[in-house]
Design a protein around this ligand. Structure first.
Ligand code: LLP
Length: 386
């Protein structure tokens, strides 16, 4: 193992190319998720001693079969909207409400009402809601989301802490919140922080736990500490796999220092990103002023991540996977925006032509979840491999 870092295993889809080509025949754009990969990632986290409970952040991928697979491995689900909560109970009618966590942002009052009615765990992240809707919260048990003052993550747009971010109660208002909660007989049973998405440093989460545990001691009613999601995956070929062993060791150590609290994580991307591929069909191949472009039947409408975060996804011509004659191409979609580029300067087969099937890798997280119908293009199809 080079540099003592964990290396990436070959992607599941490399051994499934014929099957995927047949699936693409049924129509593109199409997302395909491999449930065995989802299950394997879920198991890799469940086996962590320091972690008492895991909630999957279903905003990453809310396909019912994906939800069932993850819940089947013992995970709860973290929801950000009433529609997500409803999706959970539609897909898994027997789901215990205490395995569902509602962590909304600027949600309308009726969504809190509905969440309480369902009996799910509710997280609040501001004092104004308590002041404005005292009768809604009186006597309830809540979790409190805190802003620890800074954000982390793969791009500025996914960092969820600090003044510029809309999430979380700032520490400066912590005492006021606790006082207001006491007045309303609200019991704070959990503290929560999620600083961002795609955080490379395996020691990040132990730091969050330590900060929250310090505060929890002063509240007295806290049982649970939720240190958020944000576990990364390696999108580029050079990136090493996330060092899960170091992550575990950090959590074990900090949990031993503050053993009183149940430790909760809520990963999204880590569980599903590598399970998904996006299949597209080539529409046209065009050269303009020395730049060669491969056009596909969907682009930023199906996968927003490259346009929104300059995110990297591996791109492969499945129809000519073994062609060795390659040249640099931009791979683009059909949308009327210059940002509709899935990848720039990628080595692709020179022979690429109309009708070839293009695979965009590691798109199981925040792919379909963020797809849209801009330019009146249809949403991608979705399919799972059991
Ligand atoms: N918990 C909370 C409160 C969150 O807001 C999120 C993600 C998660 C957990 C799960 O984060 P994850 O483990 O997936 O990093 N669209 C962006 C990511 C936005 C994440 C939003 N919140 C992307 O495609 O990179």
């Amino acid at each position: 193992i080079a540099h003592g870092k964990p290396q990436r295993a070959p992607a599941w889809w490399q051994g499934r190319r014929e099957r995927l080509l047949a699936m693409a025949d049924a129509g593109t754009p199409r997302y395909v998720y491999d449930l065995a990969t989802v299950r394997e990632r879920a198991r890799s986290l469940i086996g962590t001693d320091a972690v008492d409970r895991c909630f999957y952040a279903m905003k990453a991928n809310s396909h019912p079969a994906v939800l069932k697979t993850i819940v089947g491995e013992g995970f709860g689900l973290e929801c950000v909207s009433l529609a997500e909560i409803e999706r959970v109970f539609a897909a898994i009618p027997h789901m215990a409400p205490e395995r569902v966590l509602f962590t909304p942002s600027f949600a309308p009052r009726r969504e809190y009402e509905a969440a309480f009615k369902r009996g799910v765990i509710v997280t609040l992240d501001n004092i104004e809601a308590l002041q404005r809707w005292p009768e809604l919260f009186r006597g309830r048990t809540l979790w409190l989301r805190l802003d620890l003052g800074h954000g982390e993550g793969h791009h500025e747009k996914v960092r969820t802490g600090g003044v510029a971010a809309k999430f979380g109660l700032p520490l400066s208002r912590f005492d006021a919140f606790i006082e207001q909660a006491r007045k309303l007989d609200v019991r704070i049973s959990g503290l929560h922080a999620h600083l961002g998405s795609g955080i490379d440093d395996p020691q990040h989460w132990r730091g969050v736990y330590a900060s929250l545990a310090g505060l929890a001691d002063s509240v007295g009613t806290v049982e649970t500490i939720d240190i958020g999601g944000g576990l990364p995956i390696a999108y580029t070929p050079e990136a090493p796999a996330f060092d899960l062993a170091q992550w575990r060791a950090g959590l074990d150590e900090i949990k031993a220092a503050y053993p009183r609290y149940g430790l909760i994580i809520e990963p999204g991307r880590y569980l599903v990103a590598e399970s998904g591929v996006l299949l597209l069909a080539v529409t046209q191949v065009i050269e303009k002023d020395g730049v060669r472009r491969i056009g596909c039947d969907a682009g930023m409408n199906a996968l927003m991540r490259p346009a929104m975060y300059e995110a990297y996804h591996g791109i492969h011509n499945l129809s000519r996977f073994d062609d060795s004659a390659v040249a640099a191409f931009d791979v683009v979609g059909p949308v009327c925006e210059s940002s509709d580029v899935l990848g720039r300067g990628r080595p692709m087969p020179i022979a690429t032509e109309e009708g070839d099937v293009i695979l965009v890798a590691d798109t199981g997280a925040y792919g379909m979840a963020m797809a849209n119908t801009y330019n009146l293009r249809a949403l991608p199809a979705e399919e799972v491999i059991e």
